[in-house]
Design a protein around this ligand. Structure first.
Ligand code: GLV
Length: 331
């Protein structure tokens, strides 16, 4: 059984994989050139990949031997799951292990944007600080304000937990009816479920935590920015394309909203010059899950799922369990 790994894995996960399969691993932490990716994937039974690796029909059609793709990320918008279903390829992701790390970063970005920490850091470093001033770098206080959470899954809940400690009131918008879950959220966080429009109107701060799907692409666009309050701070640690980046830049430039904290962008690693030119944004290079502990947890979960699947057990982190019978037949 042959596995191709497109990025570095933690030692424990790598050892576990090597004990189980013949492993070909890309040696660098830099993104892999596509031609090399395609060439080295030939003849492999499984692929362990990262969110920059595009996986679709063409890839499957050329490689009938490929049976499983383990995405070392919770988001799997880089993989065309419908194509994987047609090809009978099992897809896994890494849910649960990165909730705290991502929620921490969302809060870091929220605090940085609301309290202008990055701007303040530059001010001090440039030697512009001439003494204490009453009006210097005034920002927005979190306590007593309203945080709107878009997408109330595992990461949204981890954000809600932190928000309560900061004295924030929580409203949230998400898809699907689930009264039981709404009641539980009310009980745990006094969180109120509202429509996306109401969330945009009422929030002092907004944090986005829904996955990127066809129906969430540009979920927040021109119409939503038009509803937001001018002091609103928007944080995105999910996927760039959930927000219409052009509309967001216009909203920031025209001061329709106050600021943004962004870990994700529509065309990563491209960050528009107009965004970089704005002082009222805090930018990070997609590091939501980038803690040592979480990265190790993601690697271990990815490899555990792979080993389970090839040992005849449907992994709990399978994204498309419907292909399980087909997968087993091809194994
Ligand atoms: C990171 O963005 C992930 O989806 O795990």
């Amino acid at each position: 059984m042959k596995v191709f790994v497109t990025g570095k894995l933690s030692d424990r996960a790598f050892d576990a994989l090597q004990n189980f399969a013949q492993v070909d691993a890309y040696e660098s932490d830099d993104p892999m050139p596509r031609e090399e990716f395609e060439a080295r994937l030939d003849g492999k039974d499984a692929l362990v990949c990262i969110l920059g690796d595009k996986v679709d029909r063409e890839l499957f059609q050329k490689r009938p031997q490929l049976k499983l793709v383990a995405n070392v990320a919770v988001g799997y918008d880089n993989i065309n799951v419908a194509d994987a279903n047609d090809a009978g390829v099992l897809i896994t992701n890494t849910p649960g292990v990165l909730d705290n790390a991502t929620a921490d970063l969302a809060f870091g970005l929220l605090l940085s944007a609301a309290r202008r920490i990055v701007e303040a850091d530059g001010f001090v470093r440039r030697g512009e600080w001439k003494g204490w001033k009453r009006e210097l770098m005034l920002g927005a206080e979190l306590h007593g304000k309203t945080l709107g959470i878009v997408g109330m899954g595992r990461i949204g809940k981890a954000v809600a937990k932190r928000a309560r400690a900061f004295g924030l009131n929580i409203i949230y918008a998400r898809k699907g009816e689930d009264k039981k879950a709404d009641d539980a959220l009310k009980k745990a966080f006094e969180a109120e479920r509202v429509s996306l429009s109401d969330l945009c109107k009422r929030s002092d701060f907004i944090s986005v935590h829904c996955p990127l799907r066809q129906e969430t692409r540009h979920l927040i666009g021109k119409a939503e920015f038009a509803l937001m309050q001018p002091h609103c701070v928007l944080v995105n640690t999910s996927r760039g394309a959930v927000i219409d980046e052009e509309a967001m830049i216009e909203a920031l430039e025209s001061k329709r909203i106050a600021s943004c904290g962004l870990d994700v962008f529509e065309r990563e690693p491209l960050v528009p010059e107009r965004l970089i030119a704005l002082p009222n944004v805090v930018l990070a290079p997609h590091i939501g899950s980038a803690t040592k502990e979480t990265r190790a947890g993601m690697d271990e979960l990815a490899i555990k799922g792979l080993v389970e699947a090839f040992s005849g057990k449907l992994p709990s982190n399978a994204v498309n369990p419907a292909v399980w019978d087909k997968f087993q037949g091809s194994r």
